[in-house]
Design a protein around this ligand. Sequence first.
Ligand SMILES: Cc1ncc(COP(=O)(O)O)c(C=O)c1O
Length: 301
Amino acid sequence: MKIPDIEIPLIQLPLEKDIQLFLKREDLIHPEISGNKFWKLFYNVNSYLALKPEHPFMITFGGAFSNHIAAVAALGKEFDLKTLGIIRGEEMTDKWQANPTLARASDRGMDFRFVTRAHYRDKVALTQTLEKEFPHALIIPEGGTNRNAVQGVRHMLSEQTKSFDYLCTAAGTGGTVAGLSRFAEDHQQVLGFKVVDDYSLYNRVLNLSQRQNFTLPEAHDGGYGKITGENIRFINNFKLKYGIQLDPIYTGKMLRKLFELIESGYFPTGSKILAFHTGGLQGISGANELLRKQNRELIKL
Ligand SMILES: Cc1ncc(COP(=O)(O)O)c(C=O)c1O
């Protein structure tokens, strides 16, 4: 993978307060390996390919709507690597074709193995079995989060991001917030908006970042993947107001919570805040299919 030769725009989102808020459109880095996924995979893939494997093969884990699965499948196609997705939920075995994320991933050449939720939770055992079966494969953890991912996230920071007081991202498996925390300037505070109800996240991030310059505000609306009506309305209004599409699982939740914090006076007057648009837009069609079945308001595309 190469560092793309494009300037990532920072878009100002005007506020009625004396606080400056900008959105860094990291989602524009690649049409399918979008946002933080590109950077989390960057050193993982490059260090593996540097070993010149005879039959490059990548294995990773994710749920049926996973942005990470979508990104790995696209990467496999672009860089000529075979890919295997270990997918949470055996019930998908005979209906994955109807899932837009998995159908597209398959189209990009990814094979799947569907495992029970209990089996999926035990990643250590699952990984050991895969390592025995595929000793030459690159096995990447769920969400791509590991030390290489943290190094990659450094590229989301630049000269332009140095003047901000706060750096904000959605946090799932924690690799992105850990990378921002690790490489932030000394004067910067990092906020990782937790879209998962996971108490182990703080220690995982701390372990990867080795710094205490971050907080993890709750933004999950009751659990990973929960989509409330408020969330949908926020995303649709945001698009009308700023012309930027958000997703319902990560960026929509982060920005809604960030606006709430701004309103509540959390940030001192004069603060400069930078939020990262980490992509995830591929997940909207799957989310809309579920919402349609539930007869609910849809996310406008
Ligand atoms: C769109 C989007 N934003 C944020 C995240 C959270 O990243 P992390 O798992 O590194 O916390 C993800 C997951 O990769 C994602 O797909």
